[in-house]
Design a protein around this ligand. Structure first.
Ligand code: NAP
Length: 335
């Protein structure tokens, strides 16, 4: 059985996923695409080997020739398209964020629960990275005893002028927010932002770097450095300290070069190089779950929790205060 996927949003990551599904993933094909930029949609449709172009997201989600929906449009449009897919009873993969407000995430959760079974997977691809998976396995097996602290860093070489201070949490740090919740099987209950001196290599409106301090319900402390003009590459670090040991995310395997009186290895420059294997695994797992009829992977609850923590952190950026994360009780549907 080949799943016919409809893609809403054919920008950067939409086109990457289309190429992935067309060339790498088994069990699925791109049937229909749409984008408010019709030239982009036409390019993506031809790259996908002649997919049909729908007028908009509503037409695509309701179409008979779409079995499952992929939402890769601009974040503020995600809720509308995910709700459309649920109304049509179709599985939907939504790139992060699930929605830009906690209220919209709650509407999605309510619609999914009313439907009666899980349809939504959120695009937190770190959960499919081999290194993160090994961290999770060791923590779950008790390999470092009870986790006490987590130290994370999220560094990009440079960002465009359009990147704003709140994007350090909404677009970048949200990956660590989800990864920490997942690794620790715990919810983040408070958040704080500390601003060191800014780099001279930023655009003037941007605060960069930033430190985020999170606290979980179980008392684990997480510090996260987001530094999006670090100049040297794309560098993701995660170290968890427990009562009996410490584990650290491995750097990607790269050949060691000895020469000019030095030993060195290359550092990835972009996020899609660092996580390309994780994206492949993530999308294959989603297609397999659609084929099996059982949703797996990050759920609408995970999307809600990440948005709730990220929104509280934006408030902490603005006020300088320690902000409590307000969340509803987890429905048993998402247990
Ligand atoms: P992008 O290049 O701006 O692409 C978004 C595309 O969606 C654009 O072509 C945009 O058109 C289109 N669009 C906007 N509203 C639409 C609508 N109502 N219907 C159909 N198309 C619409 O952005 P991107 O970098 O691909 O990011 C897309 C999403 O993926 C974001 O939510 C982002 O956070 C997420 N993402 C996730 C990762 C990850 O690591 N998991 C990495 C990158 C991006 P216009 O440009 O004309 O508005």
């Amino acid at each position: 059985m080949t799943i016919r996927i409809g893609v809403i949003g054919t920008g950067a990551i939409g086109r990457e996923h289309i190429e992935r599904i067309t060339r790498t993933i088994s069990g699925a094909e791109i049937g229909v695409v749409t984008d408010i930029d019709t030239a982009l949609a036409e390019k993506a449709a031809s790259e996908a080997g002649g997919a049909r172009i729908a007028a908009d997201g509503a037409e695509l989600t309701g179409a008979d020739d779409v079995d499952a929906v992929m939402v890769t449009s601009w974040g503020p449009t995600h809720a509308e398209h995910v709700l459309g897919a649920i109304a049509a009873g179709k599985p939907v993969f939504c790139e992060k964020p699930l929605a830009t407000t906690a209220e919209d995430c709650l509407r999605i959760m309510a619609a999914e629960q009313a439907h009666g079974r899980r349809l939504v997977q959120v695009g937190f691809m770190r959960r499919y990275d081999a290194g993160y998976r090994e961290l999770k396995r060791i923590i779950d097996d008790g390999g470092i005893g009870h986790p006490l602290m987590m130290h994370c860093a999220h560094r990009n070489r440079a960002v465009p002028e359009a990147y704003t201070t709140d994007m350090a949490v909404l677009d970048s740090g949200v990956h660590e927010i989800d990864a920490a919740r997942w690794l620790l099987s715990d919810e983040i209950v408070s958040t704080q932002v500390v601003l060191p001196r800014s780099t001279s290599r930023r655009h003037p409106h941007l605060k960069d770097p930033q430190f985020f301090l999170f606290e979980t319900a179980g008392g684990v402390r997480i510090d996260l450095e987001v530094f999006v003009n670090c100049h040297y590459g794309y560098d993701i670090q995660c170290e968890t300290v427990g009562e009996t040991g410490l584990i650290r995310l491995p750097d990607p395997a790269r050949v060691q070069l000895r020469g000019s009186a030095r030993i060195g290895t290359a550092i990835d420059q972009e996020w899609d190089d660092r996580f390309s294997a994780a994206f492949d695994t993530e999308i294959q797992a989603w297609v397999d779950s659609v084929t099996a009829g059982t949703a797996t992977g990050p759920s609408a609850w995970d999307g809600y929790a990440a948005t709730a923590v990220a929104s509280a952190t934006v408030e902490a950026q603005r006020t300088g205060a320690v902000v409590r994360v307000e969340m509803v009780e987890k429905p048993s549907f998402y247990a």
